[in-house]
Design a protein around this ligand. Structure first.
Ligand SMILES: NC(=O)c1ccc[n+]([C@@H]2O[C@H](COP(=O)([O-])OP(=O)(O)OC[C@H]3O[C@@H](n4cnc5c(N)ncnc54)[C@H](OP(=O)(O)O)[C@@H]3O)[C@@H](O)[C@H]2O)c1
Length: 255
């Protein structure tokens, strides 16, 4: 298919590479400031620009821009007839598409993307939603060329999935960061925690999270909890997080 990618950030870059590798023709990459577009267009052998001007031959436009920027983008963009436009946001619905746009939908990859990393899209779940049969068929067939895990999902359900992703990815990563800082206070490298991280993840796969919980909160070891809170006196934020999460674990298992 002939595809235009708007947004040359984390998702725009990963998705355009995956689509290109699957044999699609990326016609153009567009971003607001033009940052990354020249380099990405060089790799893909396509046009680039910093205005949302869509070539008439485009069959699909994927808008991988910041969630908030989607609203202004959809006001100013003109989509050629017979072109389907989709966004990639977990928590934005179909309402973002303005009335002048006729064929639209969502192409949401459930993964964490960081610049400079390679992604094998075959195993990345892709969630599709569309406003009509034609858009649905175009987006679904496109999705099936890059991923083996393609699902239909409404905006409402996708929002829950995105929220779950924030917990299991974004929040957990922030915990790793805290763990790294605290491990440093013992004069040790973060790597010393890796076998613990690996076993935690393996248990989640094998037993599920509800049967994997350990630690002072589930045992309700109050003295240990107090000692930890003392050690965290260097950071009111970490102390607050420790209290809230400890309280939530106690309530879940003993409440
Ligand atoms: N990152 C993830 O792990 C992830 C996963 C799944 C879904 N998503 C979704 O994917 C979308 C993009 O996220 P991201 O992390 O890739 O963002 P990002 O790295 O910040 O990249 C955003 C891109 O959008 C461009 N942009 C912003 N406003 C624009 C406009 N009005 N016109 C044209 N280009 C514009 C930016 O260009 P400039 O740099 O030139 O301003 C930048 O290239 C979001 O909706 C996000 O919710 C992200």
């Amino acid at each position: 298919m002939n595809i235009v990618i708007i947004g040359a950030g984390r998702v725009g870059t990963a998705l355009s590479m995956a689509l290109n590798n699957s044999g699609h023709n990326i016609l153009k990459v567009i971003s607001r400031s033009g940052k990354n577009t020249e380099r990405l267009a060089g790799i893909l052998g396509c046009e680039y620009g910093n205005k949302p001007v869509i070539p008439p031959a485009s069959e699909v436009v994927i808008a991988a821009v910041n969630d908030d920027a989607l609203y202004s983008l959809m006001k100013e963009i003109n989509i050629p007839d017979n072109t389907v436009i989709a966004h990639t946001a977990g928590s934005v619905g179909l309402e973002v598409f303005e009335r002048h746009i006729t064929d639209f939908g969502v192409f949401y990859p459930l993964q964490t993307f960081t610049m400079g990393r390679d992604y094998d899209f075959h195993s990345i779940p892709l969630f599709i939603e569309a406003n009509n049969k034609k858009s649905h068929s175009v987006l679904k067939s496109l999705a099936l060329t890059v991923s083996e895990k393609v699902f239909d999902l409404s905006s409402e359900k996708r929002r829950y999935l995105h929220l779950a992703a924030v917990f299991v990815c974004n929040f957990v990563n922030h915990m790793y960061y805290a763990g790294k800082e605290i491990t440093g206070m013992a004069g040790m490298e973060f790597n010393v925690l890796l076998p613990l991280l690996e076993e935690t993840l393996e248990k989640v796969y094998e037993l599920g999270p509800e049967r994997s919980q350990t630690g002072p909160a589930i045992r309700n070891d109050k003295k240990t909890i107090e000692k930890h809170l003392d050690l965290l006196s260097f950071s009111p934020d970490l102390q607050k997080m420790y209290r809230v999460i400890t309280g939530a674990i106690i309530n879940k298992y003993t409440g």
